[in-house]
Design a protein around this ligand. Sequence first.
Ligand SMILES: C[C@H](O)CC(=O)SCCNC(=O)CCNC(=O)[C@H](O)C(C)(C)COP(=O)(O)OP(=O)(O)OC[C@H]1O[C@@H](n2cnc3c(N)ncnc32)[C@H](O)[C@@H]1OP(=O)(O)O
Length: 724
Amino acid sequence: MAKPHVALEVGYDGVAVISISNPPVNALALPVIAGLKEKFDEAARRDDVKAIVLTGKGGKFSGGFDINVFQKVHETGDASLMPDVSVELVVNTIEDCRKPVVATVEGLALGGGLELALGCHARIAAPKTQLGLPELTLGVIPGFGGTQRLPRLAGLSKAIEMMLSSKPITSEEGKTLGLVDSLVPSQELLNVSRQWALDIADRRKPWIRTLHRTDKIGSLSEAREVLKAARQQAKRTAPNLPQHHACLDVIEEGLVHGGYSGVLKEAKVFKDLVLSDTAKGLVHVFFAQRATSKVPNVTDIGLKPRHIKKVAVIGGGLMGSGIATALIVGNIYVVLKEVNSDYLLKGTKTIEANIRSLVTRGKLTQDKANEALSLLKGVLDYSEFKDVDMVIEAVIESVPLKQTIFSEIEKACPPYCILATNTSTIDLNLVGEKTTSQDRIIGAHFFSPAHVMPLLEIVRSNKTSAQAILDLMAVGKQIKKVPVVVGNCTGFAVNRTFFPYTQSAHFLVNLGVDIFRIDRLIGSFGLPMGPFQLQDLAGYGVAVAVAKEFGSAFPDRTFRSPLVDLLIKNGRNGKNNGKGYYLYEKGSQPKPDPSVLPIIEESRRIANIMPNGKPINVTDQEIVEMILFPVVNEACRVLDEGVVVRASDLDISSVLGMSFPSYRGGIVFWGDLVGPKHIYSSLKKWSQAYGDFYKPSRYLEERAAKGILLSVPASSSTGSKSRL
Ligand SMILES: C[C@H](O)CC(=O)SCCNC(=O)CCNC(=O)[C@H](O)C(C)(C)COP(=O)(O)OP(=O)(O)OC[C@H]1O[C@@H](n2cnc3c(N)ncnc32)[C@H](O)[C@@H]1OP(=O)(O)O
């Protein structure tokens, strides 16, 4: 790959075109920043240069500052690796340049990329260019002056909205806001920009230094009202994220003391934030997500994904209809098969409702929704299966039923067709036992609701072909999921890792801890809801089935809580019938139900695990740890057995499949941050007090003893086996 560089070309018109080249997104790597400084200095010096145009090669302006540098800062703890771009380059070299500078913006201008453009004296953009400051998603704030210049160009409210939401706008909207000076077709972009720059030089167009503008930010009292509302919103929606409040403070500094003062404060706060645990977690998640597309012996052996045009989904229940929805929205033709016309109608109606909800939430236009629905066909037999490229079976978790279906589809489908199952627990070898097509059998484990949750866990057995894996990965990407390839075992990587989550919560309740306290604390930790509310939502049938499956696979560490059976016996079935741990009434938030407490007391009596029959005394922190350390412990076993390619695959899966807070970097990353030693010694202590449920795994014990992080890949000397 070509090295990142910056080129300067001076035309006969006296315009110097400075272009950034660092494929694929022209990230502002350190050599690019040094190159920009050098070329701008040269252009400013040269007598044959009247004006300057700044552009990005390959149809993209820039995807922002090179995030790899953040990673280096995190590895070394040295924030001085960050160059002084904001004052040195953007203010002194570009904005205060004695020659006008025009940004030619195409494709995308994100983060530091957009901030460079904001420092220029005008911006000419191609249609449909993405403009945004997504830095908060990386745990930092815009650091090249964006907190100061965006409000001065787009207005305070809109700028705050863009920064706090991290969502990009199009250049069309940018033009309406005043962020973009002119919108021109791609092929005219450079010529219009050159002329614009010359027009500024010759005073035919205004020469605007954005940092000095005040016309769009209103009076200080108005601005303070806007900031107050934004702070309240940040408190509600991002309570654990320091960067939101920091961003607002920095904006305020500029409003009160002027843009330059704001730029200085921004630089300082940026450097503090870049070293925060939040930034470490979010940057890790950024790279973890991208790493999932690299699977050894699958994506690196020269195979090309085949085009999957038609997919059959078997079963129109909650999962099947969600999967079918995701596929048709992703432009894939779907045949939905059910056993009778009533079920088929129900499945089709659910898909229609899913699509409607996507339209209502602004995720899909009505035209796209109609297009998607036109790709769906309901069937009651296998005649349509003769030319399908892939089948995804999504029926109930019954081994004999799945085995029958797989031997039927083996006959009904073409020999190249991929045979996938959406099972969340059953061994793939068992599913395909009655076929001779083990190489085409694969797990396509979606998370509920399948048309919303972004994770696709792709499960391979030791017989699944690389081509089948690659094809399913491509389908996953086409339907906007993040595919993570994992090995075959009970619960696979994600459910297996998180099985102890609900288990520990039940263990704690039976040790005498209040369920609502547990839910509250897990909510404060950052999961969208606690384990009991989640159980209410999923329905107790799932809890019973999963406990049975895991109980037989891992009897040494399964806690048989009497509580769910007691709830069912008492006529409670969670959200399904409006009564579980919480009460559910239409239009209002779930309310803790005090009448559940006697049932919990009964469960405690039956379980009989409270030391001396008395509730244990634990701190809030211990509660969170007693729930999450067993999860880390199981993650260790998953790593030890080689069920995932790399530890970060478990991190991204925990974030996208289990809603583990992304700003904590995922389950293994968080475990490393907390420290394997502390986790080990805590589990050891609890296992001595409360039994084997907390027993530390071999992997954790070894890592704690040797002082090695959990995420460090196992060397061959540790004797770990891979299932991949
Ligand atoms: C001081 C400043 O204020 C601080 C900053 O600027 S922080 C950076 C702000 N910018 C961002 O957050 C944008 C991050 N990038 C993205 O959102 C997306 O990559 C994108 C929308 C630009 C492109 O998306 P997409 O086309 O799906 O490609 P995607 O797979 O994500 O990226 C392609 C490659 O570019 C890399 N990349 C993208 N943006 C990058 C960046 N800013 N720095 C370093 N690498 C980057 C990715 O890691 C990936 O590398 P890989 O192929 O080796 O895995």
